[in-house]
Design a protein around this ligand. Structure first.
Ligand SMILES: [Fe+2]
Length: 313
């Protein structure tokens, strides 16, 4: 579990608990009613005074509803980067998670792009901590600053405001899409902002995986399948979806599954599949060092390395 997600969930529990408590005690003995009404009013005041949009307590578009948008003609898939088919580099990482102090490691990453001649990069969700306007502006500036193409998908934190999906799709387009890089690498981004894929996204993924061969395929998304040690609650939610996804990735010989969500660094290899968890949060890590996975295509093969922020500190 990433520290910030844990913090956010604790905040969520703290804000929901008074509401639940108020409702519960309101239904008990009548002599408690004045106190319980006070509970409810206090809770509503608390919610109204926080930076969280009250809308977050109501349903967001489900993955099924977001898939209707993702696969519609209304959202434009980002254009593939223009790179040399002989040699190119790209970086993937999750969780820049800029919060209201607007501290970010994207500035450092921008220098990395220049120093290592990174052609493009992908960000795997949790772009901001609370999806507040200032945070949104800061992450857009931070992503654009390196001056190379970038690709995003969304995380659970993108849905922390009632208009989270609207903002995301307006700024970035679909949450699940595929791009071909110089006919050598296919990058498939998945929308797992709820920890779910859903049947329609599975069907789309299988069509993408089965469509062609002859290139290296990487699947990039927010939630990990597992973290390489023991069962955890911060992986894709459903066991059936995890098993089905693993089966698809292995059947179609996917090179790597890259995710964030956990603020950690982990690489595991199962069969021929690399599992990566990597994050670039502004704060501390749950394990490992903050950084990104740097992929290099050269000599008709794809190599990777984890670049730690320590190398710059
Ligand atoms: Fe997350």
């Amino acid at each position: 579990m990433d520290g910030r997600s844990r913090k956010a969930q604790n905040r969520f529990a703290c804000r929901i608990a008074p509401l639940a408590g108020g409702a519960s005690c309101y239904s008990s003995a009548s002599f408690l009613r004045p106190f319980c009404i006070s509970c409810v009013l206090s809770a509503l005041l608390l919610v109204s005074c926080t930076k969280w949009d009250v809308g977050q307590f109501f349903a967001h578009p489900s993955i099924e509803q977001r898939m209707q948008d993702n696969l519609s003609d209304e959202l434009t898939v980002p254009a593939a980067p223009e790179v040399s088919p002989d040699s190119f580099r790209f970086a993937l990482f999750g969780d820049p998670q800029i919060e209201e102090d607007l501290v970010s490691r994207l500035d450092w990453f921008g220098q990395e792009v220049a120093d290592r001649k990174i052609d493009f990069f992908g960000v795997l969700g949790d772009l901001t901590e609370d999806a507040l306007p200032a945070e949104r502006d800061a992450v857009l500036s931070g992503l654009a600053a390196p001056g190379v193409p970038y690709y995003c998908t969304l995380g659970n934190h993108e849905l922390y405001q009632a208009d989270g999906w609207e903002w995301y799709k307006t700024m970035f387009g679909p949450g699940c899409y595929a791009i071909f890089v110089a006919g050598k690498v296919k990058l498939i981004f998945l929308d797992t902002a709820d920890g779910l894929l859903g049947q329609e996204q599975f069907d789309w993924l299988e069509r993408e995986l089965a469509a062609d061969t002859g290139y290296v395929t990487i699947v990039a998304t927010h939630y990990p399948i597992y973290d390489g040690t023991q069962p955890i609650m911060w992986r894709l939610a459903g066991p059936a979806e995890r098993y089905k996804l693993l089966s698809l990735l292995e059947r179609y010989k996917v090179h790597s599954y890259v995710s964030g969500h956990i603020h950690g660094w982990r690489h595991s290899r199962l069969g021929g599949l690399n599992h990566f968890i990597c994050a670039l949060p502004p704060g501390g890590m749950d394990y490992g060092k903050p950084g990104y996975v740097l992929f290099t295509w050269a000599h008709d093969s794809l190599a990777w390395e984890h670049v730690e922020i320590d190398s710059k500190e």
